[in-house]
Design a protein around this ligand. Structure first.
Ligand SMILES: [Zn+2]
Length: 453
């Protein structure tokens, strides 16, 4: 018995040593995959690093591990052929509205204090256009932010940051015209509590028509938003409606501080193009002061009559964003807005800059919007199509085009989050045996073509 036990002990020890040797041997020969994922042969556009060429991108442990020419496929557990496609940093959309953002869920009942439909849409819908970071543009305020965080932000796969509405109840809650709901102290305290999520302050929709009175002074909302942002050293995002007593020039040349963002820049209410067809010189003047211009397309804030002549004369918004909300998500997306500018003749590299590194800088998150090694692996694989296409603006006018940019794959923190054409998947005929099994009765586990990734 003792002899047997000794032999058993010796053999397990020998087996252990043999395994160790095999492992060391495979390491020496480079057989152990170093990378979890390798995107092979794509055209990398990474404006933050000035990269514009065909390269491979390797991902390990959720981070960008390497961007280089000819990374050996043997070094990766999974290889995706992306030849003919563009590989870019995950897009950043700094104007998005997540649902429900604190708006009352009983909005349709007679007893609700406001009857406005909640504005937001699912956060993860952003992933279908190559977007890996969205910034909620003030759907929630100090009173409703925690609800928005717990209900949506903490549960989303896409990274969600936020501009905090200066109105405590947030957007579309029926209280956006009440100046005493714009509590500077509550706003500043909320920002202090969530510095990892809140990147700025938002003001929107304030007193666009009514006569001025003691409570409704022209700059009340803008001034309060600035006061809150000032204490947190963060930018303000302005959704603004000019009136004779508060002009657009006053906003961008006097009120707004360097680093503040004017969203909806090509909306109908701004004097972007003068009568002589030239771009209004106040835009260049404001830009010299450090004012940032953002698209914020939305359902009512993008007119070709402003955008096309401005782009032709070289005035482009610093950042591209969607203003996605319940009214427009069927027609607008990051790739749709990028496509419109691409159709106006703007090079794709420039548009990726304005959808990645620029917005990251605007929200003081320099670690985002790049494919630098060591950064979180947020990646979009895009395709540029050529053919007959059409785009629409918010005046429901059409622009014909011969180019369209679409998202083929989205990777968030190293995980493939969107791949509708199966770029990363095996053909069904070559699937592993389990895929062909009929599940036994009562077992509803999906039979997967490949082992879990
Ligand atoms: Zn908006």
């Amino acid at each position: 018995m003792r002899g047997l036990r000794l032999i058993f002990k010796l053999s397990t020890r020998l087996a252990f040593i043999a395994t160790l040797l095999l492992w060391a041997n495979s390491r020496c020969l480079g057989q152990t995959p170093t990378y979890d994922l390798l995107l092979k042969g794509g055209h990398v556009l990474d404006p933050a690093n000035n990269v514009d060429s065909v390269m491979d991108v390797a991902v390990a442990s959720g981070k960008i591990a390497a961007v280089a020419k000819d990374i050996p496929t043997a070094k990766a557990k999974k290889v995706v052929d992306v030849a003919g496609l563009y590989v870019v940093p995950g897009l950043i959309d700094i104007h998005y509205h997540i649902g429900h953002g604190g708006a009352p869920l009983d909005w349709f009942t007679p007893q609700a204090r406001a009857h406005l439909q909640p504005l937001g849409i699912p956060a993860d819908l952003a992933l279908v256009s190559g977007t890996t970071t969205i910034v909620d543009a003030g759907t929630a305020g100090a009173e409703t932010f925690l609800l928005e965080k717990e209900e949506v932000i903490d549960r989303a796969q896409v990274r969600v940051l936020a501009f905090l509405n200066i109105v405590g109840n947030g957007m579309d809650g029926g209280l956006e015209q009440s100046v005493d709901e714009m509590d500077i102290k509550a706003c500043a305290e909320t920002i202090k509590k969530y510095p990892d999520i809140i990147v700025g302050v938002k003001t929107a929709h304030y007193w666009t028509e009514g006569p001025w009175d003691g409570e409704h002074t022209p700059w009340a909302a803008v001034d309060r938003a600035i006061a809150c942002a000032e204490s947190a050293k963060l930018p303000v995002m302005y959704d603004f409606w000019p009136r004779p007593e508060r002009t657009y020039a006053d906003l961008i040349l006097k009120k707004a501080r360097p680093g503040d963002i004017h969203t909806h820049v090509f909306a109908q209410q701004f004097p972007i193009i003068l009568k002589d067809g030239k771009v209004n010189p106040i835009l260049a003047e404001a830009r010299n002061r450090g004012i940032v211009f953002d698209v914020g397309h939305g359902q009512g804030s993008f007119w070709f009559r402003n955008a096309v002549p401005a782009a032709k004369q070289g005035f482009l918004p610093d950042s591209i964003s969607t203003d996605l909300h319940v009214g427009d998500y069927r027609t607008v997306s990051m790739t749709n807005v990028i496509s419109k500018f691409r159709a106006m003749g703007v090079p794709l590299f420039d548009l990726i800059r304005r959808s990645t590194v620029n917005p990251a800088h605007e929200i003081h998150r320099e670690e985002l919007g790049t494919l630098s090694a060591g950064k979180e692996a947020d990646i979009a694989v895009l395709e540029e199509l050529h053919g007959k296409f059409g785009y629409i603006d918010c005046g429901l006018a059409k622009m014909r085009a011969d180019v369209q940019v679409v998202a083929r794959m989205t990777i968030r923190a190293g995980r493939i989050a969107y791949d509708p054409s199966g770029l990363s998947m095996i053909e069904w005929e070559k699937a592993r045996p389990q895929y062909f099994n009929n599940p036994s009765e009562g077992d509803s586990t999906p039979a997967m073509a490949e082992d879990p990734r």
